[in-house]
Unconditional design. Sequence first.
Length: 142
Amino acid sequence: MKRKQNGVALVEFALVLPFLLLMTFIVVEYSRALYQYNTLTKSVRDAARYLSVQSPGSNISQAKNLVVYGNPAGTGTPLTLGLTTAQVPNPVWTFAGAGPVINTVTVTITGYRFVPIFASAFGVNFGNITYNNISATMRAPL
């Protein structure tokens, strides 16, 4: 009976391996997409916080650099692959109320597309993910 079982584990592993690899690729790409989304959310929040203490309408290019590069100078590589300052529209300042006036600033990223490392695996196409607008609004301190 034992001789009939020789090699069965290897055959079973060979049958299951493509499924395991596909699941690994999916988990890796999904995790990268979540990580990049979190990075973009944090960078937009940082830019909104930076602009909330500035005069309305000033330091727009520094805020865009802060979103894309992580620093106001705009040096280094972008925080995420494919992100450019063209995807960061000019911030919007809003004034509301009579006394006291509440000053808020909104920073947004539009049209960012996540590009997976693996375009496809075992005939399954991962495609590209286009994120909805990512924005953050901060209120200026009084």
